[in-house]
Design a protein around this ligand. Sequence first.
Ligand code: AMP
Ligand code: ZN
Ligand code: FE
Ligand code: FE
Length: 286
Amino acid sequence: MRIDLHTHSTASDGQYTPTELAEMAAAIPLACWALTDHDTVAGIKEASEAAGARGLAFVPGIEISTQDVVEIHILGYGIDAGHAGLVERCREWKSDRDHRGEWIRDYLASIGVAVDLAAVREIAGGGSLGRPHFAAYLQQIGLVSSRKEAFDRYLDTPEFKRHTDRRKPTPEEAIDLIHRADGLAVLAHPGNYRLPEQQLEALVARLRSAGLDGIECCYSRHSRGQTEAYLSLMRKYELRTGCGSDFHGERVKSDIGLGLEYDGAGSELIIDHIDRKTEGEEERNE
Ligand code: AMP
Ligand code: ZN
Ligand code: FE
Ligand code: FE
């Protein structure tokens, strides 16, 4: 079964519009698709309509950047994209990202790299401003030859982080917000954090107490060994698994394609739980 519960559109730093993503997902076809833009639900309405028109199973989602010992991403699934509290927080995050754009410009100027912020905003096309837009700009002006080089040399260094860090919620706040918006909260790509095993387990234990519902064990950049380690952590803490690629489009992340074969070895997927939750609610409402 091919699904994708982790994708980005032009509403954040992805290459394709929600409608284009729905078209691609339907053409594969994916058994289920979720849109999980960074800190925004701006693409959900379009995605939901485009998926509906193509008979594609769709789950409204979000990926919230939070700050802990390292930056931790929390995915929300089955959220009500019209929830007033969530919409308001997304508005703040978009504005924070916009301000961070100015800090990034100032920081790059301080190390001798002149950035035309209007040109970067044009690349973002009205979507939530992210580092990949700056990477695209640096490539466009010929300063770097690849997006990776832009991150390695400029956008993912300790100095960059020190000068451009924006306010971010804690993982606990993100989990609480997702729950208030009727969603389920999943720890994204545990392999990305490069935490020692014990530290990752301590994080999972702590977030479990805060209501975490799942771990994204199945992820495009996890090795088989990592997937299995995370699945056993997931079982130990009685969680469910996510399964996503983190597709942004080949121009943004050239090595990641849309869709992932679900290899969770019989484990319960987070969206199965959403289905049951919906059924339960319908029963109660009847
Ligand atoms: P932002 O949320 O604006 O800080 O940017 C996050 C985006 O940048 C995500 O899509 C990440 O995958 C991407 N990103 C972060 N670090 C790197 C890196 N070292 N190389 C390539 N992409 C990165
Ligand atoms: Zn991204
Ligand atoms: Fe992420
Ligand atoms: Fe992502």
